[in-house]
Design a protein around this ligand. Structure first.
Ligand code: FE2
Length: 254
């Protein structure tokens, strides 16, 4: 069984809770779809945990923004990215730990393929930056293009909105199902499916609990995990470069 996590966004409490939940399952590998950093207060700790526990880690747009010139981010997100970069560059420990993290982030691939399964941060068409939102099911052209690049199943993140997109052939109509609608599990069948695994550190589907998925053969399970949200919010409030609403939104899951 595999655990697939994404969009941790420097939220250490959420990541620790998810890793503890994974520990209780029969998970042999953890894959991470990127955005380990950005928005939250603990970039160093989150990179270290991901390096230690994940077998495969993709590059997210915030990870890229932290290393190179951030492009296309709004003001608060960009300020958080500059703070993140500073924190990674000027950590108090020895140079080796710092360089190890930096090198790790710099080496991340944008997509990964294994046994016919595709893994991306955003979409199969634009692995780093494209959002696929639930309402995109009405954008036939966009969905057709993206689904044409997927052999069978594609795991993705980026929107922080968990759920699955299914292609209904022969009409090629698209459906979206949230985890609640699925009762948190789904049997993958022959239909092409995009699986948004949700976000560990900043869910935006109004459920504030951390989110990730388990994949066991063709069985998919969504997991929601409670964590100490107030502890993360207190840390965000204490860092001037991270705006308070980045904490407040965690409480509401939006
Ligand atoms: Fe993200």
């Amino acid at each position: 069984m595999k655990a697939i996590i994404s969009d941790i966004h420097s939220n250490l409490e959420a990541l620790q809770a998810v890793l503890a939940d994974i520990e209780k399952q029969r998970v042999s590998q953890i894959y991470c779809l990127g955005d380990v950093v950005g928005y939250g207060p603990n970039p160093r700790e989150c990179v270290d945990l991901v390096m230690k526990h994940c077998k495969m880690v993709l590059l997210g747009n915030h990870d890229q923004g932290a290393m190179f010139d951030p492009e296309g981010f709004n003001g608060p997100a960009e300020r958080a990215i500059f703070w993140t970069r500073n924190t990674l560059e000027n950590s108090p420990e020895n140079r080796t730990a710092r360089e190890r993290r930096w090198e790790f982030l710099a080496e991340r691939p944008r997509s990964f393929k294994e046994n016919g399964l595709l893994y991306v941060h955003g979409s199969a068409r634009n692995p780093l930056n494209e959002y696929v939102f639930p309402e995109d099911i009405y954008n036939q052209r966009k969905m057709e293009r993206i689904f044409s690049l997927v052999e069978r199943y594609c795991f993705q993140g980026h929107t922080h909105v968990p759920g699955v997109f299914i292609e209904e052939t022969p009409d090629e109509l698209y459906q979206f199902h949230s985890p609640e609608e699925l009762d948190y599990c789904l049997q993958l069948d022959n239909r092409k499916t995009l699986i948004n695994v949700g976000s560990v550190g900043q869910p935006r589907d109004t459920d504030p609990r951390a989110c990730y998925v388990l994949l066991d053969g063709n069985s998919l399970y969504y997991r929601r995990v409670e964590y100490d949200i107030e502890a993360t919010i207190r840390k965000i409030y204490a860092i001037p470069e991270l705006e308070n609403f980045l904490g407040d939104r965690l409480r509401e899951g939006r």
